[in-house]
Each structure stands twice: as structure tokens, then as C-alpha cells.
Design a binder for this molecule. Structure first.
Ligand code: 2HG
Ligand code: ZN
Length: 460
């Protein structure tokens, strides 16, 4: 090892696993955005909290930036290392620390995957309710860093709701125990909540105490075909008023085309511009209520067709139509927007944005889908074969600027659940005021005085 700071790190922590092979730098230096060329200094894979602290202290002594790294399934470049940073992967810190049946909490190390958390909760007869398609690869630390949302927010809220305590290594290497699992703790600033969604810019989450809850009652999954965009919010109001919803997701015919080409199975025949996958509690009363809501939707012209899953396998097949979209689009290197609005602002906003996208992207495939029941829309724009990556991205950036202006007028957010990272930092000002951003910078300065934790992310 020739690099002097790295040699100093190895000398200080002889047991620390450090990777410097080109293939490892490439693998750990990128996330799912695939936009930046990875160029980290090295990859550190600590196995203990003390090692993380020592790495952060070393980083301060040598002025080396640190990129905290989980499953790197992020879509905003939050875990990208393209400037000689040390990637600090929490991958080996993936153990369960403690389950407490009285508190109904599960303490885990930050590198556990979301899927593994689900499995452990299930073994204890409970659930950790945050869920989304990347569950098999994303880490709980990364979920916390972005305040991840997903497909059950409508029932359970975002990651923020489920974090009872955090152990965090701050920018100076100090260890912070934040909230210690308390339900009530009215003792000043809630630093735990400040860490959630801070994208690794304030501290490195090394352990988390997660709240668990009862499994929901048995549910039913329904796929609906809708004749137009206005029907989307009408059907949402109709179903929300009559059923206890666990999920309400939408996608368009363009999304369907890609997901079918990727192996999902068609469940409704014919051409329909919009689709909804919804899941709701299924007791005897709600069976009738679901049927009544469906019939009312048909009568009013808001629903054109629908199927209800008759088995778990069918429910999974319907969900695949929605959850398989990101993967089916990935080979086309989509440009992604992840925006949110108040639900009440959606009907007007959707029309404005439809007109904007149709005029700005007349020849591109634009795929809409997302958590419409939370006011969260994913827009994926696909690069045509004859356009270079750079030209494609600069056209999309131009449209994002317009989109950000429209969002600002409607009081929306440029990032609903994926985070700001590198991808959206230029647009932070459309969602947060100058005064807010100045305060955020001030907070960063307090936790990370030398600016070494995930620099360049969140702020330009
Ligand atoms: C989802 O809802 C994820 O499936 C990914 O947030 C969204 O790929 C996307 O744009
Ligand atoms: Zn999503």
C-alpha cells in the first residue's frame, strides 16, 4: 500500500479489511444511478463500531472524505464515491443485536438488509412495516439515511416513524446514543430525527433500534384499469373512504409495456392508460365494500376493468406488475424524478405536469408510476438509442428545472423518498427556502466541522 494516509490507517487498524482492487473500487464506488465514474481511494469494511470511530478520526487527521455505504440501491447518487473518498461500507456489520418483546423493538447493526429485518421480525411474530422492491439488497442504515418510504407508507408512514433509537458516529468520531428506544422523550432537540434523512452528511448510523408492530389482518390485492388520469384520484378517494388501505399504487400503460416485456404476466386484457394496484384489509365486511366501491367506480366511468387476486400467487403476480417496473427500466438507463405533492394538490398538478412532459419530451418514452396514495410520483424518462448519455441528461436537466418550478408553485418536493444526493442538489432550493438551507449548512458544520462526511451530497 503506497498511499500514505491508507498506510497510516492500516497501521492503526491492522485488522481492518481494506480493499483497493480496481474491481472493488468500481463496485463499491457507485449506486444504482450509474451516472458517475467511481473513483474512491479505497473501501473500508469495518466489523466493529470502534473501527468506524477510528476511521472517522483518521479521516479528520488526514483530510480524507468518507462516503458511508449500505446496499447502494439509492437512486440519487447519495452513495457515489467519485472523488478519492474512502468508502466506509457497513456490509459486514449486519447482525441482530437484541429483540425486546416488551418494548417490541429490534436492535440491529446498520448493514442488515431490509429483507433480513423483515424475516427476524416475523420470527418474533411481529412485522417491521417499511417495505419496497429493493428490500433484498438495501440496508437499514441506507433506509435511515434517506428516510425511505415505499409501498406501505399509506398505512404505516416512512422510516422515520419506526426508529426508536440510533447509535451514530459523528463527524469527529464521537459515539452518540440517540433516544435509546424511548417512546416519550421531551428533553430538547431530537437529534435522532435529524439524522434520519441526512444522507450520511451528519454522522454514520452504525446501529438502529427499530419499532415492530402486529402483522396486519389478511389482505386482498386488486388490479384496476382506469380510462384516464382524472379517474386516478377519484378512485383513490372512493377506495380510501370505504376500505382500510394497505397500499394504493399506480402505473401507466407505458410502464406496463416494459414490465410485461421483462417477464411479468398480463392480468387485464385491452388497452388502458392507467392502472392501480391496491391492497386492503380483507374481512367479510370489506369484501362487500370492495365490490361496492368497484361497482360504483365502474358506474361513474372511473374504472374500466379490474381483477382481484384469488391466491397468494396471484397477489404476487399483480404486485410484480408494479414492483418490477424499476428493474424492467434499468437497462434503458432512465433519468428519474421522484416528486411529491399534497394529495389535494395532485389533480391540478397532474394536468400541468402531463402537458409539460408532453411538450418537452415529445419523442421520449416517459414512464409514470408510484405511490399516488401518498402524493408521490416517479417519472422515469428513457434515453432513445440515438442520443448520447450527456445530451440525454442535459435535456432532462432542463425539464427538471421546469418541473422544479411547477413543484415550487404547488408547494411540492423535488425528492419524495429517494433523497437529494448528487442528482437533485441543484434543485434543493425549489423545495427548501434559502433560510432553511442556511440552517441545514449550519447543522452540518456542527456535526461535521471538517466537512468530511459525504461531501458534495445534498448541497452543491
Ligand atoms: C419504487 O417505488 C422505487 O419502485 C423506485 O421508489 C422508483 O425507479 C424508480 O423511479
Ligand atoms: Zn418509490
Amino acid at each position: 500500500m503506497t498511499d500514505a494516509p491508507l498506510a497510516a490507517l492500516s497501521a492503526r487498524l491492522p485488522k481492518l479489511r481494506l480493499l483497493t482492487d480496481a474491481a472493488d473500487l468500481e463496485h463499491y464506488g457507485r449506486d444504482w444511478t450509474r451516472r458517475w465514474t467511481p473513483a474512491p481511494l479505497a473501501i473500508a469494511l469495518p466489523a466493529e463500531v470502534e473501527e468506524v470511530q477510528a476511521i472517522v478520526r483518521w479521516a479528520n487527521e488526514h483530510g480524507v472524505a468518507v462516503v458511508p455505504s449500505g446496499g447502494r440501491t439509492g437512486l440519487s447518487g447519495g452513495a457515489v464515491a467519485a472523488n478519492g473518498e474512502l468508502v466506509l461500507s457497513l456490509e459486514r456489520m449486519n447482525r441482530v443485536l437484541a429483540f425486546d418483546g416488551v418494548d417490541r423493538t429490534l436492535a440491529v447493526q446498520a448493514g442488515m438488509t431490509l429483507h433480513a429485518v423483515h424475516e427476524v421480525a416475523k420470527e418474533h411474530g411481529l412485522i417491521y412495516p417499511v417495505d419496497f422492491a429493493a428490500r433484498g439488497s438495501c440496508s437499514i442504515g441506507g433506509n435511515i439515511a434517506t428516510n425511505a418510504g415505499g409501498i406501505r407508507v399509506i398505512r404505516y408512514g416512512n422510516t422515520r416513524e419506526w426508529i426508536a433509537g440510533l447509535t451514530v458516529v459523528a463527524g469527529n468520531g464521537e459515539l452518540l446514543q440517540l433516544n435509546r428506544g424511548l417512546i416519550k422523550n421531551s428533553s430538547g432537540y431530537d437529534l435522532r430525527q435529524l439524522m434520519i434523512g441526512s444522507e450520511g452528511t451528519l454522522g454514520i448510523v452504525v446501529e438502529a433500534t427499530l419499532r415492530l408492530t402486529d402483522a396486519p389482518p389478511p389482505s386482498q390485492v386488486m388490479l384496476l384499469a382506469l380510462p384516464n388520469m382524472d379517474a386516478l384520484m377519484e378512485v383513490f378517494s372512493l377506495f380510501r373512504a370505504r376500505l382500510s388501505l394497505q397500499a394504493f399504487e399506480f402505473f401507466t400503460d407505458v410502464a406496463l409495456r416494459y414490465v410485461l416485456a421483462h417477464g411479468a404476466q398480463r392480468a387485464i386484457e385491452g388497452d388502458h392508460p392507467f392502472y392501480v394496484v391496491t391492497e386492503f384489509d380483507a374481512d367479510e365486511r370489506s369484501q362487500d365494500a370492495a365490490l361496492a366501491a368497484f361497482e360504483m367506480g365502474m358506474d361513474r366511468g372511473w374504472i374500466s376493468d379490474g381483477v382481484i387476486a384469488q391466491s397468494e400467487a396471484q397477489a404476487a403476480a399483480l404486485w410484480r406488475l408494479r414492483e418490477g417496473i424499476t428493474e424492467s427500466l434499468a437497462p434503458h438507463k432512465p433519468y428519474k424524478n421522484d416528486i411529491s405533492l399534497r394529495i389535494s394538490a395532485l389533480p391540478v398538478f397532474l394536468h400541468e405536469i402531463q402537458a409539460l412532459l408532453a411538450s418537452e419530451y415529445p419523442h421520449f418514452d416517459v414512464v409514470w408510476f408510484g405511490h399516488i396514495g401518498d402524493g408521490n410520483l416517479h417519472i422515469n424518462v428513457l434515453r432513445p438509442d440515438d442520443l448520447s448519455d450527456d445530451d440525454f441528461i442535459s435535456q432532462c436537466e432542463h425539464v427538471t428545472k421546469l418541473l422544479a418550478g411547477t413543484l415550487q408553485r404547488h408547494g411540492g418536493s423535488i425528492s419524495a423518498e429517494h433523497g437529494i444526493g448528487l442528482v437533485k442538489r441543484a434543485y434543493l432550493g425549489s423545495t427548501r427556502s434559502a433560510a432553511e438551507i442556511a440552517l441545514m449548512r449550519g447543522v452540518k458544520q456542527v456535526f461535521d466541522p471538517n466537512g468530511l462526511l459525504n461531501p458534495g451530497k445534498l448541497f452543491v
